[in-house]
Design a binder for this molecule. Structure first.
Ligand SMILES: *[C@@H]1O[C@H](CO)[C@@H](O)[C@H](O)[C@H]1NC(C)=O
Ligand SMILES: *[C@@H]1O[C@H](CO)[C@@H](O)[C@H](O)[C@H]1NC(C)=O
Ligand SMILES: *[C@@H]1O[C@H](CO)[C@@H](O)[C@H](O)[C@H]1NC(C)=O
Ligand SMILES: *[C@@H]1O[C@H](CO)[C@@H](O)[C@H](O)[C@H]1NC(C)=O
Ligand SMILES: *[C@@H]1O[C@H](CO)[C@@H](O)[C@H](O)[C@H]1NC(C)=O
Ligand SMILES: *[C@@H]1O[C@H](CO)[C@@H](O)[C@H](O)[C@H]1NC(C)=O
Ligand SMILES: *[C@@H]1O[C@H](CO)[C@@H](O)[C@H](O)[C@H]1NC(C)=O
Ligand SMILES: *[C@@H]1O[C@H](CO)[C@@H](O)[C@H](O)[C@H]1NC(C)=O
Length: 634
């Protein structure tokens, strides 16, 4: 009976006929209403009285400050409160607006209005790194966050993922432990970034389910050139519900149209010192120059038969991935980032994401990591904003109408009219939605999961995926990964922690890998044959998609937004050289920096915009040395 009424409700809702629209402009107009241009305006206090607060009010030019200086006091009191607490994880980030466009009519899969024919929605994406605090380096080896908010006509849809496909744990109960372990050590206060320390590997020893994720991060995938060239991964399985109430399970991906690009470890380590904002500068400048990064939204679809299994892959264990060769993703739409924020604090810093922000047509599965994420993001956001009203901030506010009895609290911005603050009510307040206006909770498939109450640890082959990944890398990528393990384990001062990782994690992945790493860090090498051995010299894996950086995997890579430097001098690289070079680079949207001993116009007539003291070869994708001409340039 219940199931029947849900079915009728959905049919009725379908009948109400949401027609997908291009609603991207609605968000832009909403944001414009909140923009405040103070340029050229007279400085006032918060009660709008003009005040010159450049100097303190004092009892004479050499006298004491006066308590009566209310204007400078107000200025100081506000300044003292300018920061909100940084995020516990993903504190260091930046973002941009863009548009999400559905490629077609996906109503067979989902009611989500952002995935219907003709739907175009404004979106905001924030990129981040997990471990460092605000002000740290974005270029270090880390998992990058890739979180997108789609302001759709039927509500905000957040897609909160990471740049690599798996995760370190499979139960949210261990998340506080993971983060405590990878952040700086409690007694020492260092290291403030990276996992090359004892507490992190003590955690990894006891959580071998993260072996695959860690190998991803220790491969060159963990040191992307920038975030225009990273993928996004939803990690969990989610559920689509269509208007008939049919359920289809899915995993989602952002696939970068520019392809993937990584640095090498030595470059990234030096870049952190030379310019720890390289990544956000790259994104900001490219968007400002009209070179808009794009990602296609792709999903793997799995039938919902109630088992949450697909060809032996467990869909509710977030550390388990389904290779694209086993289930090829289909492309549903595209995200284009095309607008930098107006204000860093108000937008990338104040934006809050939550996997619980889904629209009708998207729901969840009993994945114990996802289940905690559904609670924790809203909770931490409420703490950061010091209030549950953060959802009303310009960057967070939906364009779809929102009306509720969430009242009062710090910085509640609205002047709610009327006396009613409870629902249901007969006195004109907020009304209950009828059954046809709301989607009832749907769990398709046999059951939502049931059994004896208990605390369960997922049991599966923790090492198999890491072994497949190891096999998927070519010999160079494998050496880079061995070097990264050596770097991390080689920085740990507790030999027992290192030996345990070698013996119990690496040697269960691959004996040769374990021996190579052990050799480099002075640990005891596991005996030959004491662990499985991957049967490949070169990459012969049936799952090449696991390591897309291998040569030959991404053909037709675009160079858009890369930068070439030419080293010029008064008598080296003249205007004719410049004229010959520019069209070749502009045709590929590649920037040119002219680097010389000093900035300014050189004797050759070419203008240098960077000098040996302001720049570094690390900032460029190629460096060209201008030749010394055989005859004088001028
Ligand atoms: C939705 O339900 C309400 C009352 O429950 C009814 O008045 C209305 O006609 C229904 N709308 C549609 C589109 O079915
Ligand atoms: C503001 O006050 C300072 C002295 O404290 C003075 O030097 C400055 O000229 C004033 N500005 C204007 C615009 O009058
Ligand atoms: C939804 O499920 C019903 C019943 O299983 C089936 O008849 C129908 O074809 C399905 N619709 C879609 C779009 O898959
Ligand atoms: C929905 O349509 C897409 C694209 O045609 C197709 O790949 C997918 O299998 C369909 N899904 C269902 C559940 O019918
Ligand atoms: C290793 O791979 C080769 C080539 O794929 C195959 O011929 C050989 O039988 C494999 N050896 C083992 C021990 O699996
Ligand atoms: C591995 O690749 C190299 C270079 O492409 C090639 O010379 C060599 O024969 C390959 N080895 C195997 C076992 O396929
Ligand atoms: C690569 O680009 C060439 C030339 O533009 C085109 O013919 C070819 O189809 C492209 N290949 C792929 C895999 O996109
Ligand atoms: C010099 O120009 C290049 C290419 O346009 C640009 O990437 C770089 O940021 C510029 N450097 C400075 C210091 O303006």
């Amino acid at each position: 009976m219940r199931h029947f009424s849900i079915f009728l409700a959905i049919l009725a809702r379908l009948g109400s006929g949401v027609v997908a629209q291009n609603v991207a402009n609605q968000k832009i107009e909403q944001l414009q209403a909140d923009m405040k241009d103070t340029n050229g305006q007279i400085d006032t206090t918060d009660n709008a009285v003009p005040a010159n607060t450049s100097n303190s009010l004092r009892a004479g030019p050499r006298g004491y400050n006066l308590l009566e200086d209310t204007s400078v006091r107000k200025k100081m009191i506000h300044f003292d409160r300018e920061r909100v607490p940084e995020r516990v994880v993903h504190a260091l980030g930046h973002g941009a607006y863009g548009q999400f466009e559905s490629y077609g009519d996906w109503s067979n899969l989902t009611m989500a209005c952002w995935l219907q024919e003709g739907a175009v929605s404004e979106a905001f994406t924030r990129f981040s790194v997990v471990v460092p605090s605000m002000g740290g380096s974005e270029n270090g080896r880390d998992t990058h966050g890739f979180a997108t908010k789609i302001y759709s006509q039927c509500g905000n849809q957040d897609l909160v993922g990471n740049h690599v496909s798996s995760f370190f744990i499979d139960d949210g109960a261990a998340f506080p432990d993971l983060i405590h372990a990878v952040k700086y050590e409690a007694n020492k206060g260092f290291p403030t970034a990276g996992t090359a320390h004892e507490t992190a590997y003590d955690f990894f020893n006891l959580h071998p389910e993260g072996a695959f994720q860690l190998m991803n991060v220790l491969s060159d995938l963990g040191i992307p050139r920038d975030v225009r060239h990273i993928a996004g991964n939803g990690i969990h399985t989610y559920r689509f519900i269509n208007a008939q109430g049919n359920s289809t399970l899915f995993k989602w991906y952002w696939q970068p149209v520019l392809g993937l690009r990584s640095l090498i470890y030595d470059e990234t380590q030096k870049l952190q010192g030379k310019n720890n904002n390289f990544i956000r500068i790259d994104m900001y400048n490219n968007i400002a120059a009209g070179i808009y990064p794009e990602w296609e939204f792709a999903v793997q679809l799995f039938p919902d038969d109630g088992t949450y299994m697909y060809q032996g892959y467990d869909l509710i264990i977030p550390t388990v991935i389904v290779p694209f060769e086993v289930n090829p993703p289909i492309k549903l739409g595209k995200l284009t980032l095309n607008r930098n924020p107006t204000n860093f604090f108000a937008e990338p810093e104040s934006v809050s994401f939550a996997p619980s922000n889904v629209v009708d047509g998207v729901t969840f599965v009993p994945d114990p990591l996802l289940q905690w994420r559904l609670m924790a993001y809203d909770d931490t956001t409420t703490h950061r904003h010091g209030s549950p009203n953060g959802y009303t901030l310009p960057v967070n506010r939906p364009i779809a109408p929102f009306n509720n009895n969430y009242r009062d609290g710090y910085m509640q911005p609205y002047l709610y009219e009327g006396d009613s603050t409870s629902t249901p009510n007969d006195i004109g307040g907020v009304q209950e939605p009828s059954q046809n206006q709301t989607l009832e909770y749907i769990t398709a498939g046999a059951t939502a999961g049931s059994g004896p109450i208990g605390r369960y640890r997922a049991q599966y082959d923790w090492y198999g995926q890491a072994r497949t990944f190891w096999g998927a890398m070519d010999i160079y990528a494998r050496q880079h990964t061995v070097d990264a393990y050596r770097f991390e384990l080689g920085n740990i001062g507790v030999p027992a922690v290192v030996q345990r990782y070698v013996d119990q994690t690496l040697n269960n992945i691959d004996n040769c890998l374990a021996r190579r790493v052990a050799y480099g860090v002075g640990a005891e090498m596991p005996a030959i044959g004491s662990g499985p051995t991957t049967n490949v010299t070169n990459s012969t894996t049936p799952y090449p998609s696991l390591y897309p950086l291998n040569p030959g995997q991404e053909t037709n890579k675009s160079n858009a937004g890369l930068t070439v430097a030419v080293v010029a001098g008064d008598n080296m690289f003249g205007p004719a050289d410049m004229q010959a070079m520019m069209p070749l680079l502009s045709a590929q949207q590649v920037g040119l920096a002219v680097v010389a001993p000093r900035i300014g116009t050189l004797q050759s007539g070419v203008t240098a915009n960077a000098s040996f003291t302001t720049t570094s070869n690390l900032f460029y994708d190629a460096v060209f040395f201008g030749s010394i001409p055989t005859r004088p340039l001028r």
